[in-house]
Design a binder for this molecule. Structure first.
Ligand code: TRP
Length: 350
């Protein structure tokens, strides 16, 4: 197995290592977020000292819509809990409840260079799409990676469970951590690395034939959301793009068909997968049958989680307690780091 520069496998598990990850509350959570990210968090909480948060400040860099923020934030929080994050095992909090984060972010903005931030691929992509829709580029968007670096190093984390699309941000976090250490002559911050459990990062395909499931995709039918009703799930799957079917044995599969098989692999039994594989390869497959089976297996995966999310969202007392206690723990850890950073900078007067 090839070990990429930053994604290391299970071999390096170490109980005392610190883990941080967060999700932006910018849209409904879909199956890709669940299988790709949150499931990874759940696996890590037993073996690491872990911090999982909701990046509400980050969501403001592109989605400045106050009406949706409370609802979306609560939904991410309830989803974390419904998927199995346990506040007894990990620290769950809201980014904006930790005032030490914007304070350390201010300090790190002094050592981050405009030129290097402008070169980050995610920034360039966002500039392109914001400009296309006639929107201005905020300073907050440019310094998004600085804030993300601070999210990570404020707890002196070394492992960050994120998707491959976040690699350039993690690299920036390493650059800034090292720069700070070198400038002020002490090794306060360890180098953080991206982390995932599998050998390759999971790509959850979209239903419209191309690419992966995405929160902000224009076509809402291309993703299965954790809050979709059974009927919505069935409808989306039945409408998923297909071709006219194989005409010769063992024919290569176009992307939209591969995607459906990938989804079967994720939610159905190995027998079901093998059954449709064989039917495709001997050209007897009927996509309608495949989709019906996939829809049922998808409903059986999503429905129990959706029901738990709904129950937890109604229990506002519980949600409040989780973020109050999580916030306290996160602030204690953040304050200790900030204190050291300010001492190193020389911010100790009289
Ligand atoms: N940028 C991440 C994303 O879009 C979200 C995020 C913000 C994050 N701060 C973080 C992830 C810190 C890991 C660690 O998915």
């Amino acid at each position: 197995m090839e070990q990429s520069a930053y994604f290391c496998g299970m071999k390096t598990l170490d109980k005392k290592e610190i883990v941080v990850s967060g999700s932006r509350p910018t849209g409904l959570i879909h199956l890709g977020n669940y299988l790709g990210a949150i499931n990874n968090y759940v696996k890590m909480q037993d073996d690491f000292q872990s911090y999982f948060f909701i990046a509400d400040y980050h969501s403001l860099t592109t989605h400045y819509d106050a009406r949706n923020l409370p609802q979306l934030t609560n939904e991410v929080l309830a989803t974390y809990l419904a998927c199995g994050l346990d506040p007894e095992k990990c620290t769950i909090y809201i980014q904006s409840h930790i005032p030490q984060i914007p304070e350390l972010y201010l300090l790190f903005n002094m050592i981050a260079y405009k030129g290097e931030l402008e070169k980050i691929p995610t920034f360039k992509d966002k500039v392109r799409s914001q400009e296309q829709s006639g929107k201005s580029i905020s300073a907050g968007l440019l310094t998004y990676p600085v804030l993300m670096a601070v999210d990570i190093i404020i707890h002196r984390a070394v492992k960050v469970p994120v998707g491959k699309d976040q690699e350039s941000h993690i690299e920036m976090a390493r650059t800034l951590a090292n720069r700070f250490n070198n400038l002020f002559g002490e090794k306060l911050f360890p180098e953080p690395y991206g982390f995932n459990f599998g050998e390759e990062l999971l790509k959850i395909p979209s239903l419209d034939g191309t690419g992966k499931m995405s929160k902000s995709a224009e076509n809402p039918n291309s993703a299965i959301y954790m809050m979709d009703t059974d009927a919505q799930i069935r409808k989306k799957i039945m409408k998923a793009k297909t071709d006219l079917g194989p005409t010769e044995p063992n024919q290569q599969r176009p992307e939209e068909i591969n995607n459906l098989f990938d989804l079967l692999r994720l939610v159905s039994t190995p027998d079901t997968l093998a059954h449709f594989d064989e039917q495709y390869n001997n050209c007897t497959i009927r996509y309608g049958d495949l989709k019906k089976q996939l829809a049922e297996d998808m409903v059986n995966t999503v429905a129990p989680i959706r029901n738990r999310i709904e129950d937890i969202m109604r229990d506002t007392t519980y949600l409040h307690r989780v973020i109050t206690e999580g916030g306290e723990k996160a602030r204690a850890s953040a304050a200790a780091t900030l204190n050291e950073a300010k001492r190193m900078i020389g911010m100790r007067y009289v």
